[in-house]
Design a binder for this molecule. Sequence first.
Ligand SMILES: [Fe+2]
Length: 331
Amino acid sequence: MSSLTRRNFLSLSAATSAALALPTSAYSLTLPAAPGNLRLIFFTDTHNQPELNANEGTTLAFAKIRSLKPDLCIQGGDHAFDLAAAPRDRSLMLLDLYQKTERSLDGIPIHHVIGNHDVFGRDPASNITLTDPLYGKKAFEQTFKTKTYRSFDQAGYHFILLDSIQITADRGFDAMIDDAQLAWLKSDLAATPIGTPIIIATHVPIVSAAPQYSPPDDKAATAIAYQQITHLHGFLLGNAPTVLPLFHGHNIIAVLQGHTHINEVVQWQGIPFITSGAVCGNWWRGSRWGTPEGFTVLELANGKAHWHYETYGWKATNPLPDPYASSPTTA
Ligand SMILES: [Fe+2]
C-alpha cells in the first residue's frame, strides 16, 4: 500500500462497497481491457456465382484483402447469389463455391453476418420445403459454424453481429431485429463495461440516407414504395426507432452495414453508421450509384476507428449504366 494513502484507500473501499451493492445490470465489476490496435476489414455482398466472372472477381478481392494483412474480417452478408430462391442443387453449389473461394483468405479470422440472400430456400420458388435440414438460417449456421447473432471481444473492443433478416409467414422477409434478439442485445450491452469501444455489424442498414438519393427508376426506390404499402421492410431496418435507444450511453465507435451496395456514412448522435460498398458492386455489372466494387478497411487504435473504402481493380465484363457514374467515388 506504499503508493496509496489511508484517505485514498478508504474512499476506494467505500466506492467498491457501493459498487458491490449495485445490481450487475447497472455496474460491471469487470474493468475494460485497454483497447489496442486492430486492422479490421469489413467486406460485404460478395454475391458470388459462376456467371459474369464473379468468382474471379471475388478471388481478386480476397487477394487484395489478404495483402492488407487484417487481424480479422467481418463478412457483412449476402455471400452468394442467391440461396433464397435458387433450386437446392444450385444453392449447394453456390455455398461450396463461396467456401472454396474464401479459403484463399488463408487463416485470417472471418466472422459472418447473415444477409437476405443467405436464407436457404426461403422463397417457395426454390421448391425447398420447410422440413429441409438446411431450410432458412440452418444452412448459414452449419456452413459458417455460427449463430446468426452473437458478440465477441478482441483486443479491448467488443463486437456485436446482428441478424437483420426475419422470415415472414408467407416466406418473404422483413428487415427487423426481432424481440428475442432485442432482449439479448439489451443484456449484451448491459454486460459490456461502460466505455468499452463497440463495433456493431448488420446486413441491412439501421441508419442510411439512401432513400433520399435513390434514382426513381431503380428497384431500391420500388422497394421503398413497396414497403410503404406492405409495411414489410426490405431496404432499410424496419424497427430502427426501437433499436437505436439501446445504444444510448455506450461507446459505439462504428456501425458497419451492407445490403445497399453504396458507400456512405451517416453520423448521427455521435455514431458513424458506415454502409460499405459491395465486393460485387452492382451485382457484378459495374459500379452501383457511384460506388465501385470494393470493401471497407478500418484501423482500430486506442479505442477509435478510422476507415476508408478500398477498391481492388475489378472491371465488370458487361456493366450496366450507372446514374451516378460521374460521382467522385468512382474516380
Ligand atoms: Fe442484401
